[in-house]
Design a protein around this ligand. Structure first.
Ligand SMILES: Nc1ncnc2c1ncn2[C@@H]1O[C@H](COP(=O)(O)OP(=O)(O)OP(=O)(O)O)[C@@H](O)[C@H]1O
Ligand SMILES: [Mg+2]
Length: 235
């Protein structure tokens, strides 16, 4: 089986095959500040710098400028990778808030149709093998109802699987107990689910793999930290 390394020190070992099965679409779920965006960018950054696998980051939350600036604090020079055409940061933020798009068009799903077309082009442009979407929760706001949201999600997930990219789709957890009591319905559409959380009692960050089609994986919560170099599991 072909495997994609996660780029997160200590994480690959938790999968029997040594990483994500290639082509999987993985939901990364966690509360605010749990490290989702950093995890996503680290997956792309190390994919490019260590494995020469180009990547695409679609942002619905922070502007590309802000992301480039924040990620510099880990020594990740995204600008350089973009210039080398190894990384594309697709800006769904300014797109969303730009004046020439009216509210009605926005809510009726312009986002996803356009997104799918743009993403398809972007994957071809740099031969991307990794895709990160940050985040589904914000994207989902621009749908009329649950049914429409799920239909859009299915179309997006079809594209991801047709193009054989290994993708991380970020979403906000609705409660601290995520994975135990409350699962969003989207969970079932993904090949894998990874959760990040901050334990408010012990002030520890924890990661767990809830599901990963195609490989055995360790069950349990593992401590991780965010250091000057990014995310790493605590040995
Ligand atoms: N340079 C750094 N060194 C250590 N920790 C950092 C550093 N930069 C950010 N952090 C930690 O990472 C957290 C933010 O991580 P990140 O942006 O990935 O979270 P998130 O889950 O995407 O949050 P949100 O839901 O708000 O988008 C900060 O709250 C902070 O605790
Ligand atoms: Mg974030």
């Amino acid at each position: 089986m072909e495997v994609v390394r996660t780029g997160i020190p200590g994480l690959d070992n938790l999968f029997a095959v040594g990483g994500f099965p290639k082509g999987n679409s993985i939901l990364l779920i966690g509360g605010p500040g749990s490290g989702k965006s950093i995890f996503g960018m680290q997956y792309l950054y190390s994919g490019i710098t260590e494995y020469d696998e180009p990547g695409i980051f679609i942002t619905f939350e922070e502007t590309p400028e802000k992301i480039r600036r924040n990620m510099l604090s880990f020594g990740w020079n995204l600008d350089a990778l973009e210039k080398k055409e190894k990384l594309i940061i697709m800006d769904a933020v300014t797109y969303r808030i730009s004046g020439d798009v009216d509210e009605e068009t926005l809510r009726s799903g312009l986002d996803v149709d356009n997104l799918i077309a743009n993403l398809d082009d972007a994957i071809s442009a740099i031969s991307a093998e990794r895709v990160v979407i940050d985040s589904l929760s914000v994207m989902g706001l621009y749908a009329y109802d649950e049914f429409e949201k799920r239909t859009k999600l299915l179309r997006l997930s079809n594209l991801l699987s047709m193009r054989k990219v290994t993708s991380l789709v970020i979403t906000e957890a609705r409660s601290a107990d995520i994975g135990i009591k409350e699962f969003p319905i989207e969970t079932f559409m993904f090949d894998g689910v990874i959760s990040l959380r901050l334990d408010t009692e012990t002030q520890e960050r924890k990661i767990s793999i809830r599901k990963m089609r195609g490989t055995k994986h360790v069950i349990g919560s593992f401590k991780f930290s965010i250091t000057d170099y990014g995310i790493e599991l605590t040995p």
